[in-house]
Ligand binder design. Structure first.
Ligand code: ADP
Ligand code: TRP
Length: 330
């Protein structure tokens, strides 16, 4: 039996804007925490995926570099991980095509993300968006990855990757390892500041990690709370401000805030100020580091090109094997 350390962890990061607390807690923090715990960690910028929605080249490039800065600032260690741009490795699209040829239409039609995008008219209906999970399956299977940290909304896509691996293995012989999603329940879906939807760029209900302080304060001050009067005791477990605080503060500070809520004469405005300070404190190093990295883009480019070389090296074996299995290699 392989021990956990022998496994490969992999995740993709879509460059579609600045990260919010939901992205960080649901996907970035667990990935960064796990980068040291496995034999190999592979994190890439999914810039083919972002083409399904972004139509402006300059903006796209800003997002791609932006996301590299975000991850490096938040603690991704390029010495421990293979960090690269998906579009630097053409095997992703090659494998995606090969997998698309064994993908049943129904499997794609049942994908929640596709159905949501179409039903809620959130995104343009294009074929890339429809086949998005196949490219994602290729991303995962190309590296024989075992563990895929993703937020709840991406879980089904990892299940699809597993289904396609099984289908391919059954059709052409054992080729791919079967991946599993990693989604700890307490962070699977971070709520938005509106208290209605999950936190998401699409709902404009976010707290942005790298926002200017003024903007950040505005976002935190607009977290939805109930109308319990200031004097009354409040139930911390039913409050969003407390929920956010619990995710970034240490346990004794969390207990202190809990006492304040329960003691009465403590308003939500004050709780929000405490959250704002805790947020700045928690992200202080990352916010500083991001500024430094932005002034040293050469370094970021070097990291990504080194990552690209490594990703090609690692994935070559699998793509060669796939070509052979399907009859494309003589
Ligand atoms: P958004 O919904 O803001 O467009 P993305 O779809 O780009 O976010 O998600 C990027 C990563 O962050 C994915 O792994 C996703 O599952 C995770 N994620 C996004 N929103 C949340 C959330 N509210 N809670 C937990 N994880 C999230
Ligand atoms: N689809 C993911 C998202 O929207 C990004 C992604 C692309 C990904 N390829 C991946 C995540 C492979 C995990 C594994 O956030």
């Amino acid at each position: 039996m392989t021990s956990i350390q022998n496994k490969i962890i992999l995740t993709g990061i879509k460059p579609s804007g600045s990260p919010h607390l939901g992205n960080y807690l649901g996907a970035m923090r667990p990935s960064i925490e796990m980068q040291n715990q496995y034999q190999q960690s592979i994190y890439f910028i999914a810039d083919f995926h972002s083409l399904t929605t972004i139509r402006n080249a300059k903006l796209h490039q800003e997002y791609i570099y932006g996301v590299a800065l975000d991850w490096l600032a938040l603690g991704l260690n390029p010495d421990k991980t293979v960090f690269f741009r998906q579009s630097d490795n053409p095997y992703h699209t090659e494998l995606s095509w090969i997998l698309s040829c064994i993908t049943p239409m129904g499997l794609m039609e049942r994908a929640h993300a596709w159905k949501d995008a179409i039903n809620n008219k959130l995104k343009e209906e294009n074929v890339g968006l429809f086949t998005y999970p196949i490219l994602m399956a290729a991303d995962i299977l190309l590296y024989q990855a075992d563990i895929i940290p993703v937020g709840k909304d991406q879980k089904q896509h990892v299940e699809i990757a597993r289904d396609l691996a099984i289908k391919f293995n059954n059709t052409f012989g054992d080729t791919f390892k079967l991946p599993s999603e990693y989604t700890p329940p307490e962070i699977a879906s971070i709520p938005g500041i509106d208290g209605v939807h999950k936190m998401s760029k699409s709902y404009n209900n976010t707290i942005m990690i790298f926002a200017e302080e003024k903007e950040l304060k505005k976002q935190i001050m607009s977290i939805k709370t109930d109308s319990t009067p200031v004097e009354d005791s409040k139930d911390p477990d039913k409050d969003l401000v407390f929920q956010f605080y619990s995710l970034i503060a240490n346990s004794s500070d969390i207990d202190n805030l809990r006492d304040k809520y329960q003691g009465g004469n403590f308003g939500y405005g004050e709780a929000k100020k405490i959250l704002f300070e805790a947020f700045l404190d928690y992200f202080q190093n990352a916010r500083q580091k991001r500024i430094e990295l932005a002034n040293n883009l050469r370094y970021v480019k070097d990291v990504l090109s080194e990552g690209a070389k490594n990703s090609l090296k690692i994935s070559e074996k699998t793509i060669e094997n796939v070509r052979q299995k399907v009859g494309l290699k003589f």
